[in-house]
Ligand binder design. Structure first.
Ligand code: PHE
Length: 456
């Protein structure tokens, strides 16, 4: 049995710090911006049901696998995968899983920062009172003005990327941990309050039916692929973010228990976001299929109408910004640790290089919303393309390889001792899930998508 490693990048100060940081990574724009709009585009209840099934059968087992691999390897995902593969007697080529993840993280960060920029813009607009008394039509045009203006988008995108670079360059304890402690609980409380507000709109029942009464006829291949992609995206899985966070976790923490907490919190926040938004969508006769602008076109109406809306609205966008921030830092972290380990770069320089590169790529997403709106690759503009490619393709492939590795290439002794579990029901269930259920489900969804079973 190999000696227990320590990470050269530091360790979380406590188990709670890890839970907060990993929840901070998971809870972000994915829950509040992406979940409602993808659910709306994918038929509501049908999507939500498949999403929850994906979270349980793929998300949770893969999260456990990722944390366990990370903590055992204690390095950047690339080096962790190589070290563990060699240690278990397999090819060092497994390091490419880390490389794929780094690329996915990089692509996600590039457009994530653009959307976080929208959040910044809305924070300022709300605080300035621009939303006061706004109608549905007004909210739509405020959004259209913002996304139609590349200079503004670039300015906000730049500010957000600089914020991300600053935190990541400060390192594990001083940078990453501090950001999460108070803000996550605050976001949660505010979201619950927003659901309370939405309950009084008169359309709450409609929203409940829309989200939780699935029309099984609407479950198509695309709905399933979108739900699986959303599960990976929302839980930060398949690209090494949770793996690198796991590498800073102390040996005495229970991986399974922490994974259950993280997954539950993430799912709860997504569902709350749906319950806060859809009553308003129906109340103001907006389209659930409005796409990426959905929350930016619905919530402002509520903030514009409710008493004290300036305060509630500003607080909401501030907290959403922080949620996005704590996710963005985890997108950058795998690449930064790799540059530090393999290229002897110091953390600050490594962070600046990767952050600036992702910033540059983000410009394509910005232009796809306005000046280059006609430019289509595979029928999609850059923002949609990057989003689709990373969430629906790269993360599931990464997740497939990660669970296959943990289940089939690592010995039972290795995984069991890292999880600290006896050879009982819990361990066997997890192993069964990562051996068969999760990888097979991922492959079936892909095969179906490429039309092997007559799917579209
Ligand atoms: N999970 C984050 C969110 O929901 C996004 C993310 C994806 C972060 C992948 C890290 C890795 O906003």
């Amino acid at each position: 049995m190999p000696a227990r490693r320590t990470s050269i990048h530091g360790e979380w100060s406590s188990k709670l710090a890890f839970i907060l940081a990993a929840t901070g990574s998971a809870v972000g724009l994915g829950n509040i911006w992406r979940f409602p709009y993808v659910a709306g585009e994918s038929g509501g209840g049908a999507f939500v049901l498949v999403y929850l099934a994906c979270v349980l059968t793929i998300g949770l087992p893969v999260m456990i696998a990722e944390i366990l691999i990370g903590r055992r390897g204690r390095q950047s995902p690339i080096n962790t995968m190589r070290t563990l593969a060699v240690e278990e007697g397999h090819s060092p080529a497994w390091q490419h899983v880390g490389l794929l993840g780094m690329a996915a993280g990089f692509i996600i960060l590039s457009f994530y920062s653009v959307i976080a920029g929208w959040t910044l813009a809305y924070m300022v607009r709300t605080a300035a009172g621009v939303l006061q008394g706004v109608t549905a039509e007004g909210a739509r045009s405020i959004f259209a003005d913002l996304v139609g203006d590349p200079e503004k988008l670039l300015a906000w995108h730049t500010i957000f990327m600089v914020m991300t670079i600053i935190v990541v360059s400060r390192g594990v304890q001083s940078g990453l941990e501090q950001a999460t402690k108070f803000l996550m609980p605050a976001l949660f409380v505010l979201l619950v309050a927003m659901v309370g507000y939405a309950m009084n709109t008169g359309q709450f029942q409609h929203a409940l039916r829309y989200l939780f009464m699935p029309d099984f006829g609407k479950i198509t291949t695309d709905v399933v692929l979108n739900a699986m992609g959303q599960a990976f995206f929302s839980l930060s899985l398949g690209m090494g973010a949770i793996m690198i966070y796991g590498s800073y976790l102390s040996h005495n923490a229970s991986i399974v228990r922490t994974a259950v907490v993280i997954v539950s919190m993430d799912t709860l926040v997504a569902l709350l976001a749906g319950l806060a938004i859809f009553p308003l969508v129906f109340q103001y006769q907006l389209e659930p299929t409005a796409g990426a602008g959905l929350i930016f076109q619905t919530l402002p109406i509520a903030f514009g109408q409710m008493p004290g809306g300036i305060w509630v609205g500003t607080a909401f966008f501030v907290l959403l910004l922080f949620a996005a921030w704590t996710s963005a830092i985890s997108l950058l972290e795998p690449a930064v640790t790799w540059l530090v380990e393999n290229h002897g770069m110091n953390r600050v320089k490594a962070t600046a290089y990767t952050g600036i590169a992702a910033w540059g790529l983000g410009i394509l997403s910005i232009l796809s919303l306005n000046a280059w709106s006609d430019v289509k690759v595979f029928g999609k503009g850059f923002l949609d393309l990057f989003d689709y490619l990373s969430s629906n393709v790269m993360l599931p492939i990464g997740g497939f390889l990660i669970c296959t590795f943990a289940a089939w290439l690592m010995s039972r002794e290795s995984t069991r001792s890292e999880l600290g579990l006896p050879d009982g029901f819990g361990y066997r269930l997890w192993r069964f899930l990562v051996q068969f259920v999760s990888p097979v489900a991922i492959v079936l969804v892909f095969l179906n998508k490429i039309g092997l079973f007559g799917g579209s």
